[in-house]
Design a protein around this ligand. Structure first.
Ligand code: MF3
Ligand code: CO
Ligand code: CO
Length: 268
């Protein structure tokens, strides 16, 4: 046996060229989510959203990373209400009171920008809006913990603490991931865990943080389509995702909204 952490040693350390590539890809992904804001309203189908995304991404000279990904054939994931993640766009119209996560990954000049936000459809109930607000806060607390000297476990611990203090559960079945020239690579970023556990964070590491928080229990189940993950107890679930790069002093968020539309409500 060895005490060498193989995962730790397979984490790519990127240079300035990588940061430049990720900055451009991340910005495009965030612009796509900005562009969608006025379109996400009652009566709009998730397939219509998918079509808008594909057109926008292709017009920018990029490709949606999900289109040929392991048999997935859409440009975004649209995860409504009790859907945790990987909801497949389709002909069903959004309804007043829904909360929906839209997750887009673009490949621009070989670099991956992966980000998601929640959108409020019409006027969701207070408990749904509270879940959305707390999930955004959890992501940002995870990002604050993403700095040199800390470990991957510090990120999960910060997210878990905020969720559980507010009586929310953290989904364990899916995690954040390294990315760059590939869509998914080392390290895995767990959204719950113990401070100090896991690989140490170093400048040049690129990864996503994408916590999924539930109003009810954490347990997930995959529908027969092979993709859609739902809460077993059908409680509401929310998620936000950023792609980041560790710097000398902290981290750079590659997928910040250029329009300042970080979380809902997006219109006053
Ligand atoms: N964008 C998702 C992520 O955050 C992955 C979606 S894979 C798909 O990692 F095939 F479901 F689209
Ligand atoms: Co991701
Ligand atoms: Co994503």
């Amino acid at each position: 046996m060895t005490d060498i952490d193989l995962d730790e040693h397979s984490i790519v350390i990127h240079d300035a060229e990588g940061f430049a590539g990720m900055r451009a890809a991340g910005r495009l992904a965030a612009e796509v989510l900005d562009m969608l804001v006025p379109h996400v309203r009652p009566g709009v189908t998730t397939q219509a959203i998918d079509d808008l995304v594909r057109a926008h991404v292709q017009a920018a000279g990029a490709v949606p990373a999900t289109i040929f990904y392991r048999g997935y054939s859409h440009s975004v994931c649209t995860s409504i209400n009790h859907v945790i993640c990987h909801g497949i766009p389709g002909p069903k119209p959004l309804q007043d009171g829904d909360i929906v996560n839209i997750d887009v990954t673009v490949v621009l000049n070989g670099w991956h920008g992966d980000t998601s936000r929640m959108y409020l459809v019409g006027e969701p109930p207070l408990k749904a809006r509270r879940l959305v607000d707390l999930t955004y806060e959890a992501l940002m607390l995870g990002i604050e913990a993403a700095k040199p000297g800390n470990t991957v476990g510090d990120i999960g611990a910060a997210i878990q603490r905020h969720a559980e203090r507010n009586r929310l559960s953290v989904v364990r079945d899916f995690c954040g991931h390294g990315l760059g020239r590939r869509f998914h690579m080392a390290p895995n970023i767990l959204h719950a865990g113990r401070a100090g556990d896991g690989p140490e964070l170093r400048p040049g590491m690129f990864f996503t943080i994408e916590p999924m928080l539930n109003l009810g229990k954490a347990a997930a189940r995959i529908l027969d389509d092979g993709w859609t993950a739902v809460t077993r107890d059908r409680s509401l679930s929310a998620q936000f995702e950023h792609s980041i790069g560790i710097t000398e002093t902290g981290c750079e968020i590659f997928t910040l909204s250029p329009a300042g539309l970080h979380h809902p409500p997006y219109a006053g």
